[in-house]
Write a protein that binds this ligand. Structure first.
Ligand SMILES: [Zn+2]
Length: 170
């Protein structure tokens, strides 16, 4: 009898823990915010190491080098504008001197947004270009997972799981 109860109790606790890990954590917004902040800081140090210039723009129009009025006149939705950009030298021009002169490679972000996922995506472009000469959007999105693996532990990655997959499939 006691054996049966303990097995039942054990199973119950196991599923409770499992549910907490699988469903509760990824929806805990307070925790997620904290981990995102940590990830953001880590990405900043990666940029320093890689000698990438980061520039923050006031708004989405400035970042896309288009006037707000002009854009509204054309009646386009802002969904078509980039929320971040990665700019780099073509291999032919790439040299340490040109990098300093042109302040490249550069990541452009929007000041207010503070969006770690856009940041990770742009940094993904950097590594894809650097490692595989790949400038695809898919490659950059895929690299978000690699960056998360390098800079976050399994607990933190689990908390961000849903967010990572959203940006993954962008
Ligand atoms: Zn991109």
């Amino acid at each position: 009898m006691i054996e049966k109860i303990s097995i039942l109790l054990f199973t119950f606790l196991f599923f409770l823990l499992f549910g907490w890990w699988l469903f509760y954590l990824p929806l805990n917004t307070k925790k997620i915010k904290k981990i995102e902040e940590k990830f953001y800081k880590k990405l900043l140090t990666v940029c320093k190491k890689e000698q990438i210039y980061i520039n923050f723009y006031d708004n989405i129009y400035e970042l896309n080098e288009i006037k707000e009025e002009e854009y509204k006149l054309k009646n386009l939705s802002t969904g078509k504008l980039a929320v971040g950009r990665y700019v780099h030298l073509k291999p032919h021009y790439d040299s340490p001197l040109n990098r300093v002169n042109y302040k490249l490679p550069e990541i452009k972000l929007i000041k207010e947004e503070n969006n770690v996922w856009t940041f990770a995506h742009e940094l993904g472009h950097h590594f894809c270009v650097k490692n595989n000469d790949d400038d695809s959007e898919k490659g950059a999105n895929r690299y978000i997972k690699t960056l998360a693996k390098q800079h976050l532990n399994i607990y933190e990655r689990n908390c961000l799981r849903i967010h990572i997959s959203v940006y993954f499939n962008r």
